[in-house]
Design a protein. Structure first.
Length: 358
């Protein structure tokens, strides 16, 4: 019987899964929030919901992030919804390189043509983007999947100016913003642009639990209104209403911020365990947030790595086919506790070529 997506493989410490560590999921706290939501809202928590999402949650999002919001069944659902509204089959969309690989099938399922935006080690380079009309640009600019890096402030400003000049819509996947371990997260493109030409996607999958299937879209009031008029939204009475009402209680009670502090401490420790174990043997950056390390090792090490009891995602999966990433691998430090991460690194570095500076 299968209940969850993750499939453990005996003997393999798998650094490929971008999943939360099970012990960090707030089962007890969520149970309290659910009971309180049922007490406060009664039958209204279990009936058809308001199309844009329950006001207690959208108002909390507005106070935290500004703007208007539409509640979704996660970030992937948000991207699929926006694709359905903003594109038609055959349209071209720009994507970062590298970027979140599971966004590719969401876009191609809609019949879109994907094209990589020019990028370097600092991320997308707006000065090199062709002015050819694209339906939108998709990127994860803050604590990105797979690199863990954030687009520098000057690049953010230049990208916003380019979008304004060319009339380009930017879809900003801001899923990892609250998972910051050093300092503060950079301002979102949405915030910097005042919502002009930028649509922001957010999710509670990484900060609370992916099983909630709950996220949001930050957009102009007119786009939020268009989303509420979609046939299945109108028919179903919003998206995931009962969970959204519970999330409102979890958020407004202060439980979310308390949980977030615990998460940040735990994931910082996990990040440090993996980085510390790798650094004597391979050059690796320590990301200021998110879940991932972008390590300069060849992806074709995967079969040998799995024979040695460790796994990862090869870097070429985060590029469009044939465009790069063969010399990188993505490691996730989210799923395993520190001791297991240290052991996984020990197994992996047995296969790594010696560092050039050693």
């Amino acid at each position: 019987m299968r209940v969850i997506q993750f499939e453990a493989r005996p003997g393999i410490l798998d650094l490929g899964w971008g999943h939360p560590r099970p012990e960090l999921l707030p089962t007890a706290e969520w149970s309290v929030a659910q009971a309180e939501a049922l007490r406060v809202f009664g039958w209204q928590a279990l009936t058809y919901g308001y199309a844009a999402g329950p006001s207690p949650l959208t108002e909390w999002l507005a106070a935290r992030h500004g703007g208007s919001h539409f509640v979704t069944a996660g970030a992937s659902h948000a991207l699929a919804l926006l694709t359905s509204l903003l594109t038609k089959p055959g349209d071209t969309v720009l994507v970062d390189a590298p970027t979140y690989h599971l966004a590719f099938p969401i876009l191609t399922d809609a019949g879109l043509v994907l094209e990589s935006a020019p990028a370097d080690e600092d991320g997308i380079d707006p000065s090199r983007i062709s002015s050819k009309k694209a339906a939108f640009l998709y990127l994860v600019p803050t604590f990105a999947n797979p690199t863990g890096r954030s687009l520098p402030l000057e690049r953010r400003q230049a990208l916003i100016e380019f979008a304004d000049r060319e009339g380009l819509i930017i879809i900003e996947d801001d899923t990892y913003r609250d998972l910051v371990y050093e300092g503060t997260a950079p301002p979102s493109l949405w915030e910097m642009a005042g919502g002009h030409n930028v649509i922001r996607i957010g999710s509670f999958a990484k900060t609370v639990a992916p099983g909630l299937r709950l996220g949001w879209i930050s957009a102009t009031p007119s786009l939020v209104e268009r989303l509420t008029r979609l046939g299945y939204v109108h028919s179903g009475g919003g998206v995931n209403h009962t969970t959204a009402v519970t999330m409102a209680e979890f958020a407004t009670s202060g439980a979310y911020d308390t949980h977030l502090t615990r998460l940040r401490d735990a994931y910082r420790t996990q990040r440090d365990a993996l980085v510390s174990a790798l650094r004597p043997h391979v050059e690796v950056e320590s990301p200021a947030g998110g879940w991932f390390l972008w390590v300069p090792l060849p992806g074709d090490l995967l079969p040998a790595a799995e024979r040695h009891g460790v796994s990862f995602v090869p870097g070429d999966r985060f590029y469009l086919p044939g465009e790069g990433g063969h010399d990188r691998i993505r490691l996730s430090f989210s799923l395993l506790p520190p001791a297991a991460l240290t052991e996984a690194a020990t197994r992996l570095i047995r296969l790594a070529p010696p560092r050039a500076d050693r």
